[in-house]
Design a protein around this ligand. Structure first.
Ligand SMILES: [Zn+2]
Length: 113
């Protein structure tokens, strides 16, 4: 389950922020997770409860925001919706689409006290 490692890096990032910004407790963490990535939000929530225990993120609310897939079609020369990682362009049906969104895993907001 790679969510465990990902969650560890999120908690580590919050701890780093706590050290550099001087807060002692995170109240909420808003995490962006792309729909085309291989991260299971439910697994992430589950791991977070275990991993955050005893850290500044202990008891924090983990909010997960899903980011829809998007790509740049080289043939159409525009941004199109992407339903799967290496999926076709919904307009021309070809596979010359470079993914531009949908693979993210990042902390969008951190609510602290
Ligand atoms: Zn196209």
């Amino acid at each position: 389950m790679h969510e465990m490692a990902l969650t560890e890096s999120v908690v580590a990032l919050v701890e780093d922020a706590a050290r550099s910004e001087g807060f002692t407790r995170a109240k909420a963490i808003v995490l962006e997770i792309g729909m085309l990535g291989h991260v299971e939000p439910a697994a992430m929530q589950f791991c977070f409860e275990a991993i955050s225990r005893g850290t500044v993120a202990d008891g924090a609310r983990l909010e997960i925001v899903r980011v829809a897939g998007q790509g740049w079609c080289l043939d159409c020369g525009k941004t199109v919706a992407l339903a799967e990682r290496f999926g076709p362009c919904p307009d021309c049906g070809r596979h010359h689409v470079q993914m531009t969104a949908g693979d993210e895993l990042r902390v969008r907001e951190l609510e602290v006290e």
